[in-house]
Design a binder for this molecule. Sequence first.
Ligand code: HEC
Length: 82
Amino acid sequence: MSENYKVLIDLFPENTEDEFDTEALPTVWEEKDAFNALMTKASEDMIKLTSVIEDADDIRGTLKQFMWSNCKACHSRYREEH
Ligand code: HEC
């Protein structure tokens, strides 16, 4: 899954915002550095998650901390409301 994120960064190249039917907000391109930073953090946390999840007492909480919080952090800023 972590590799997917690196691929994902390449899915939002410069100046393609009008070419695809996307739910990504224009701010993805306007704040590209911030967006990529969030994507990189999500990727790194995912790697951490794979190493901590086996010993985690609180699987729900650990997933929330290392995965969902990153999804949410990015979606709430850069993804269109449904
Ligand atoms: C760095 C930003 C970022 C992170 C982190 C992120 N997303 Fe997203 N996600 C987006 C954006 C932007 C879109 C809208 C893209 C589009 O529709 O083209 C999206 C769309 C989606 C969609 C809809 C896809 C579709 O084809 O309609 C799903 C499902 C999704 N994300 C799941 C997740 C999950 C699960 C995580 C965490 C494990 C996650 N995302 C983390 C930015 C992010």
